[in-house]
Design a protein around this ligand. Structure first.
Ligand code: HEC
Length: 208
């Protein structure tokens, strides 16, 4: 058995040590008792929008310095945030369109767009069946030929009776939805020539 080093051994079990331990245990309780809520609650402070006589404009909250950019608010990439380049709508989405993006796009489309546009984009969603203005089908030539930036722009700024979704769908997801809308357009407008040779018999068989 190894004896404890002297400094520890010397003070074990002695009276002063026991009372010191007691004091240490009681300290948090003591602090709780003294630092009670009313003092904190009554500290001098301005509540939001409270007036102040300190400043000439009478407001306690100071306006942000001109040109202040909120954290995460620097949006210099015009292609990504506005779907434009030099003011013109971009032709293709500035994200990597892969399976992951398309699956995300489908998920978000089904949540945010399908209630009106329907699951394949025909414009016959439940909200429309209940009387909301019917949107055009995504499968008309005009929307097939529209650049990716256009689909993104409609979501970002709204279009006619359709509200903007910018506050609810972040840009990355708006691009994913754009890619999925393109996939829907392909799927609904597919011709037999688009199907690889070896897959065709399966489809033709299924039709009969
Ligand atoms: C509340 C119903 C509603 C929802 C939800 C909705 N839309 Fe629409 N959308 C409309 C209507 C209505 C129009 C036609 C507006 C008009 O012509 O006044 C439209 C038009 C469009 C158009 C065609 C614009 C044109 O040039 O004709 C696109 C593209 C579109 N929406 C995409 C989307 C996408 C993507 C979403 C999901 C993020 C979405 N919409 C969600 C109702 C909706």
């Amino acid at each position: 058995m190894n004896p404890l080093p002297t400094p520890f051994r010397s003070c074990r079990g002695t009276r002063p040590a026991r009372s010191a331990r007691l004091a240490a245990a009681a300290l948090p309780l003591l602090l709780l008792a003294t630092a009670c809520a009313p003092d904190m609650g009554k500290q001098p402070k301005y509540k939001p929008l409270a007036p102040s006589s300190t400043f000439r404009d009478g407001r306690s909250a100071r306006p942000a310095v001109k040109g202040t950019v909120p954290r995460g608010g620097l949006r210099l990439d015009e292609r990504f945030f506005k779907g434009r380049s030099g003011g013109n709508l971009v032709g293709t989405a500035p994200i990597q369109v892969n399976r992951k993006a398309l699956e995300r796009g489908r998920d978000r489309f089904d949540v945010f767009c399908s209630p009106c546009h329907g699951h394949v984009g025909n414009g016959d969603g439940m909200v429309i069946l209940r009387g909301f203005r019917k949107p055009p089908s995504f499968h008309i030539d005009r929307l097939r030929e529209a650049p990716d930036g256009y689909i993104f722009d409609v979501m970002t700024n709204g279009f006619g009776a359709m509200a903007s979704y910018a506050s609810r769908i972040p840009p990355e997801d708006r691009w994913a939805i754009t890619a999925y809308v393109r996939a829907l357009q392909l799927s609904q407008g597919a011709r037999i020539e688009d199907v690889p040779d070896r897959e065709r018999p399966k489809l033709l068989g299924a039709k009969r």
